[in-house]
Design a protein around this ligand. Sequence first.
Ligand SMILES: *Cc1c(COP(=O)(O)O)cnc(C)c1O
Length: 343
Amino acid sequence: MIDLRSDTVTVPADGMRKAMARAEVGDDVYGEDPTVNRLQDMVASLLGKRFALFVPSGTMANQLAIRSQTQPGQEIIVESTSHIVRYEQGAAGALAGVQLHWVPGERGIMNAEQVEAAIRPRDPHSIPTALICLENTHNAGGGTIYPLSTIEKIRTVAVRYGIPMHLDGARLMNAVAATTLPPAAYAQHFETVSMCLSKGLGAPVGSLLVSSDQQIIDRARRFRRMYGGAMRQAGILAAAGIYALEHHITRLTEDHTHAKKLARQLQQIPSVQVVPQHVETNIVIFQIADQRRSPAEIVAALKHEGVLINAIGGSSYRAVTHLNVSAKQIDEAGAVFARVLTL
Ligand SMILES: *Cc1c(COP(=O)(O)O)cnc(C)c1O
């Protein structure tokens, strides 16, 4: 089976499993797991920040960032199709008590004028804007990379209004690998950054919340406990993360090459609509015009031929490349798409 549903489906390689088996561990609630501490130090310094907190999921990292930097009854600015809006089960409302102000981006990318227009005036009637959230790369936008110049312009607005910024950097390392910009070049513009080890980096579990602000990290640690995310001998998982950071960052460009190749193969199929130039990292979003079959039937027909993808609403589909899909399998998948989607 060639599984292109997500880069979360990767399984730990032998070297990673060995590192996990050998990991030195302790009780992380006491701050005594040396492997967790090493991972946190590594990621903090990778992003040019002082502190990092290891958490079970990217969703929790985002939610801790929101909870730690807002008060119930405030509002946060988010892109309309962002992970925080679509895929976190309403946690920002349910757990932090904040209201979401949706801004429609261009393939997930907001511009500074839009963000400024979404900031509420400070008057007796308006809800306070407490946080601005960006997502890089943008998942639903198709793995889009936030241009650094756009981030800088949004940052200028945020500073002018005194509003902190959070980056959902679940796939920040894909942006880093694609642009060769240092991770800190992005991270410097945000009070908090979340980052996933369990996507393209190939670790089984784990994300980090990173910040230079001691108060934010202390609050996030308390809320991590409240949300049930304080783990004990988590060094076994952190060891996988360290292995991923040491071995799986530069190879992300392979996934990007594979995604572009897949897009070019899809472009040859008359029923498929795809813009290969829009494929900037490891995500390919495309449309299939098929009057006869429903999205579920199309997905099932592809699965029958050994290729898994996700239908993401309407006539849109998503394929994601990752370290468990080889160049040869991309060619095989291309042939399956041609066979199944040629009407
Ligand atoms: C995957 C993802 C997350 C976090 O997902 P978890 O499944 O909770 O680890 C957050 N943001 C984006 C953009 C993602 O793609």
